[in-house]
Design a binder for this molecule. Structure first.
Ligand code: SF4
Length: 228
C-alpha cells in the first residue's frame, strides 16, 4: 500500500544501493552454530544449517533516503516487494511480484537508515509490508533504540490486522506508530489528502487504538509521532 503521491514510477528511480552483500561464509559469533537438518539420500552426508540461514532478509522494491510525502517529517522509506491486493489503478504494479525486487539483510537496511542524519522517522511502504511481517518487525525491533518513529502502509484494514491469528502481524502492528490502512480505491482517489491516496484510507494512531480496542484516526500526524 502506498500514499497518494507515492510510489509513482519515478520514485523508484530514487533507489539507492544499501551496501555490499555481507560475506555469508564468514562465521559470526552472534549467530547460532550450524545444526544438522537432514541427510542426503544417496551419500548419507549430513546437511548442516549454516549461519546464513538465520539472517532475516527483506525483499524490497526500493528505498528512498529522504521523503516528505510518506508520513510526517523527513523519512526513510522502505518499499516492500510483493503485494497480494491488486488494487485497480495502483500506480506501481512493479511492486506486486513476490519474487521480484532484491533481497537485503535486515542489518544492512538498519545501517542504511542510520546513515541518514536528517531522518526523523521510517516508513514501511510497498508493496505490502505485512506480507513480510516477520522481517519488517525484526527491522522495527532493531530501530527501537533510535528515536525514529515508524509509519506502516498496508492494503489490509485495521480490523483485518487485529483479528488475525498471525503473531507476526501483531508484532509489526505493535511496533508501528501510525498505520495507513486500506486498499487504494480509484473512485475515492483524492490528491488533496495528506499521506493517503484515497478517502477510504485511514491514518491510525496504533498505540491509542490498541488501548481503546478500536481504530483511532488522527489528523495531527506530527503530534502522534512526537508524543513522548
Ligand atoms: S495495496 Fe494496492 S495500491 Fe498499494 S501496492 Fe498493493 S495493489 Fe498497489
Amino acid at each position: 500500500m502506498h500514499s497518494g503521491t507515492a510510489p509513482q514510477a519515478g520514485r523508484l528511480d530514487k533507489i539507492r544501493p544499501v551496501g555490499k552483500w555481507p560475506n555469508f561464509d564468514t562465521p559470526r559469533s552472534n549467530h547460532r552454530p550450524p545444526e544438522t537438518i537432514g541427510k542426503r539420500a544417496k551419500t548419507n552426508e549430513l546437511i548442516l544449517r549454516r549461519d546464513w540461514d538465520f539472517i532475516m532478509r527483506l525483499r524490497l522494491a526500493g528505498i528512498t533516503r529522504e521523503s516528505v510525502v510518506d508520513g510526517p517529517g523527513i523519512r526513510v522509506v522502505i518499499y516492500a516487494q510483493g503485494c497480494p491486493h491488486g488494487c485497480p489503478g495502483c500506480q506501481n504494479p512493479d511492486t506486486h511480484d513476490p519474487n521480484g525486487g532484491k533481497l537485503f539483510d535486515v542489518g544492512q537496511v538498519v545501517q542504511m537508515i542510520r546513515s541518514v542524519p536528517m531522518a526523523q522517522g521510517v516508513t514501511f511502504s510497498g508493496g505490502e509490508p505485512f506480507s513480510q511481517a516477520e522481517a519488517f518487525a525484526e527491522l522495527g525491533h532493531m530501530l527501537k533504540s533510535s528515536s525514529l518513529d515508524i509509519v506502516t502502509y498496508t492494503g489490509y484494514v485495521w480490523e483485518d490486522l487485529v483479528s488475525s491469528s498471525r503473531d507476526t502481524w501483531h508484532d509489526l502492528l505493535s511496533l508501528t506508530t501510525l498505520l495507513v490502512d486500506g486498499p487504494f480505491y480509484e473512485d475515492e482517489r483524492d490528491l488533496g489528502l495528506a499521506f493517503r491516496g484515497s478517502r477510504n484510507q485511514r491514518v491510525i494512531d496504533v498505540a491509542k487504538s490498541l488501548e481503546k480496542n478500536a481504530p483511532v484516526v488522527v489528523s495531527d500526524t506530527y503530534d502522534a509521532c512526537r508524543r513522548p
